[in-house]
Design a protein around this ligand. Structure first.
Ligand code: AMP
Length: 433
């Protein structure tokens, strides 16, 4: 096969090999201990979801829904999408499994792969992994602060360099609508200087103008009305409490009024951690509060008939997601420890009968709780001993026709034993370490 014909991983995707897999396991372990220690429970949702979930949940005016979803037909005329994010699926699962009946807030965490049809570059892929946490069922500002503090702790444990936390509030309800209208009036008045994309979004999603890289738009946005000036008393109080609790926890932050985040569902608190160790893609993780999202996902296509309608209390939510690849790019994770094995089973003479005896010894070793491997590649005895050394084997059993030589790789000694007494000798040796 020529170089050109060789099949490679698709653009924007990658294989996770060797040491990288080890470092990811460390990150997963740290995330588990931090999040489960704080009462978050692991959740796995399907890779494929109904496209409607993201259209409704993430919002039809967002980049994700407009241009980044990998969608396919399920063969029956229904559109399915490879999940581009984790919050909408978790809200769906919360509704589908009646989690409102549990003690609130319900705290869930995940570490999964996500898919976005983006222009691939360093730190931006089409299949990437996120660790995320969602707390549903409470609007207490302590939920917001706790959630942010937990991500801060994870980034610190993974040694992420040059971390900054930007924080803002998007308000909610009427104050948000009033602000939106005011911003639309302002943007229309400066339409000529705005990018085509921002102009096209004035009606649907005017707040995204703050995210634009377009020079003309950036200049106009410097003097745009600011959301924090429009917050209702309740929203302003909520924001003040979140800030106060972050100060109590000694997590430094900067209020950034231009932080709007790309997803439609956020209300009140929004935040983003960036790292100056990353290039253009400096976002390591972020999230916010999404009161109202569960209701949006729950609302049936046809409203229930009068009489069956039971008014349930709304379900507020708060969560974040952080990119695994970006944490590792900007981080300084602890070195991956190689785990040595207890026993390597080598073959003195190649052939079927030695292989049978060696395989039996391997099975016996594992049943006894030892970590063990056997020769699988037809190496010479010298080659096998070299390989056992690379694996860090404590003992090597050299299985012969009638008996087995047991070599102590640390002490250097070797004894000849009946094969059926080898495991006993290894266990005894390990106990006297
Ligand atoms: P978002 O879900 O867009 O709020 O993204 C949360 C985090 O996921 C970001 O801060 C990144 O660390 C990571 N992320 C988002 N999109 C990608 C991507 N295409 N490739 C790699 N990481 C990503």
């Amino acid at each position: 096969m020529s170089r050109e014909e060789r099949i490679k991983a698709p653009r924007g995707t990658f294989d996770v090999l060797g040491e990288q897999a080890g470092v990811r396991s460390i990150l997963e372990g740290r995330a588990r201990s931090i999040l489960e220690g704080a009462g978050y429970e692991r959740i796995e949702t399907p890779v494929l979801e109904a496209t409607e979930l993201f259209a409704r949940g993430v919002g039809s005016s967002t980049d994700i829904v407009q241009k980044e979803m990998f969608s396919l037909d399920d063969g029956g005329g229904r559109s399915l999408t490879l999940r581009p994010e984790g919050t909408a699926p978790i809200c769906r699962a919360y509704v589908e499994h009646g989690m409102h009946k549990r003690k609130q807030p319900v705290k869930l965490w995940y570490l999964s792969s996500f898919f976005r049809h983006e222009r691939a570059q360093a730190g931006r892929y089409r299949q990437f992994w996120q660790v995320g946490a969602e707390a549903l069922g409470s609007e207490d500002p302590a939920v917001d602060a706790e959630s942010i503090v937990l991500l801060s702790a994870l980034l610190e444990e993974m040694g992420v360099r040059g971390v900054r936390l930007r924080l803002s509030s998007l308000g909610s309800g009427e104050s948000r609508s009033e602000y939106r209208e005011r911003l639309q009036v302002y943007l229309r008045a400066h339409e000529a200087s705005l990018s085509e994309e921002v102009r096209g979004r004035i009606e649907l999603n005017p707040l995204r103008a703050f995210d634009s890289d377009h020079e003309g738009t950036k200049r106009i946005m410097e003097n745009a009305p600011r959301l924090l000036d429009f917050l209702s008393l309740e929203d302003a109080e909520h924001f003040a409490q979140v800030r106060d609790l972050l100060e109590v926890a000694k997590v430094p932050y900067e209020v950034d009024q231009t932080l709007v985040r790309g997803l439609d569902y956020y209300t009140r608190t929004v935040f983003e951690f960036t790292s100056d160790a990353l290039g253009a893609q400096s976002g390591v993780g972020g999230g916010g509060r999404y009161d109202g999202l569960v209701e949006k996902i729950k609302s049936p296509a046809t409203p229930p008939t009068f009489g069956t309608m039971i008014k349930s209390p709304p379900t507020p939510g708060m969560g974040w997601a952080a990119g695994i690849e970006r944490i590792l790019l900007a981080g300084d994770p602890p070195p991956v420890a190689v785990s040595p094995i207890d026993l390597f089973v080598a073959l003195d003479t190649p052939g079927t009968s030695s292989r049978r005896a060696a395989f039996g010894l391997l099975a016996e070793a594992r049943s006894a709780g030892l970590t063990a491997q056997m020769e699988l590649a037809g190496r010479s005895l010298k080659g096998q001993l070299g390989y056992a050394n690379v694996l860090g084997a404590r003992y090597v059993a050299i299985v012969g026709k009638d008996e087995t030589g047991l070599k102590d790789m640390q002490g250097g000694g070797q004894e000849r034993l009946a094969t059926d007494t080898v495991i006993h000798a290894v266990l005894r040796g390990l106990r006297t370490l």
